[in-house]
Design a protein around this ligand. Structure first.
Ligand code: SF4
Length: 351
């Protein structure tokens, strides 16, 4: 079985990650996904425990039954909205509706994920570090041989890893990738995106903590909108100096119940692409991986109540509930598996 190949774009000056299958079909990348290793760059760290995904050609996507020797029940990645709570109030948020957070369901959802065919489980939300048992859940999933990813706004990570008293609330070693959001090169621009409570200094400190941890990939993540677009060149140099394994750039999306900032954030597709390309040049040698709004549809989400969702347009379509039937069964009847497989194909470079 061949592995998907990582290609930088043909322009040697660009460092935009473009994952293509062995047959040359382009694949997308997605906001809730994990980072990729810094291939061909100076800041490559030790290998990640993330599994290598099998190569799938367009004619033999998992679950589509078109090839008997390809896995049909492998779920490349699941994004778990573990909580709707957050310590920030970004007006571009497309996480779960706030206040709907059935805590009692979490143990059962972890169990469902652990017993599923998911290779990668990403904690997102909401802010996952507000969940007091996040360390226990990460350990459970890591023991179930899942590659565990944490997406965080970075405000609490330092405190949880190095509390003033008592034991740390989580172990970095249980995570394959830590993704941290940074939306500006300065505290002012970061706050203009994420609100007055967002502390740029804590983001930087958290990124350095993760960057110093062997075996854990650091992903920096930026939402690109009309608000921070002019800062992108400066942010690219800022990111370059933090030496992440990957820098993910997400076009602002209109999706979500709490996404109230459409008017000030909206950014056309072609403008996003142009900005992302320029940022890739400035961030060199850090690889960048841009994701447009449509590419974010290739995503399998489990919400705080166990509902299984897929983004489409400016909403989410429910396909079942993993507390009522196995996640693998829901995956098996999902009509848009190929979009998810394609979107997650770039995880194969993490082997
Ligand atoms: S985008 Fe992230 S940090 Fe901002 S409100 Fe939503 S969950 Fe919280």
């Amino acid at each position: 079985m061949q592995l998907a190949r990582l290609h930088k774009l043909t322009d040697p000056d660009r460092r935009v990650i473009d994952i293509r299958s062995a047959n040359g079909a382009p694949s997308g990348v997605h906001k809730a996904e994990v980072g990729v290793p810094c291939l061909n760059s100076a800041n490559t760290r030790s290998p990640s425990p993330v599994s290598v995904l099998p190569r799938q050609t367009d004619a033999s996507q998992p679950g589509e039954g078109s090839s008997s020797d390809e896995p049909t029940a492998v779920i490349p990645s699941v994004d778990w909205w573990i909580t709707s709570r957050c310590n920030l109030r970004c007006d571009f948020c497309y996480g779960p509706e706030r206040g709907k957070d059935p805590v009692r369901d979490r143990d059962a959802i972890v169990d469902a994920l652990a017993h599923s065919a998911a290779r990668v489980v990403t904690f997102c939300g909401g802010e996952p570090l507000l969940v007091s048992r996040i360390g226990d859940y990460a350990e459970t999933l890591a023991k179930a041989r899942k590659s565990v990813v944490l997406n965080t706004n970075g405000q609490l990570l330092g405190r949880l890893l190095m509390p003033r008293s008592g034991k740390p609330k989580l172990r970095l070693a249980d995570f394959a990738v830590i993704g941290i959001s940074v939306d500006g090169s300065t505290p002012e621009i970061h706050r203009s995106m994420r609100g007055e409570k967002a502390q740029h200094g804590k983001v930087v400190a958290a990124a350095r903590l993760v960057g110093d941890e062997p075996g854990v990939r650091l992903k920096l993540a930026t939402v690109v909108s009309s608000v921070n677009r002019d800062d992108l060149p400066a942010l690219a140099e800022f990111v370059r100096d933090l030496k992440p394994d990957v820098w993910r750039l997400y076009q602002y999306s209109r999706r979500g119940e709490v996404n109230t900032g459409q008017l000030r954030h909206r950014l056309p597709d072609d403008e996003f692409r142009r900005l992302a390309d320029l940022a890739g040049v400035r961030a060199d040698p850090v690889p960048t991986a841009p994701s447009s709004e449509t590419e974010t549809e290739g995503c399998l989400i489990v919400d705080p109540a166990g509902n299984v969702l897929q983004p489409t347009g400016d909403t989410y379509i429910p396909y079942g509930n993993c507390l009522k039937e196995p996640l693998d069964d829901i995956w098996g009847r999902l009509p848009a598996r190929s979009a998810i497989v394609s979107n997650k194909r770039w995880l194969s470079v993490l082997g």
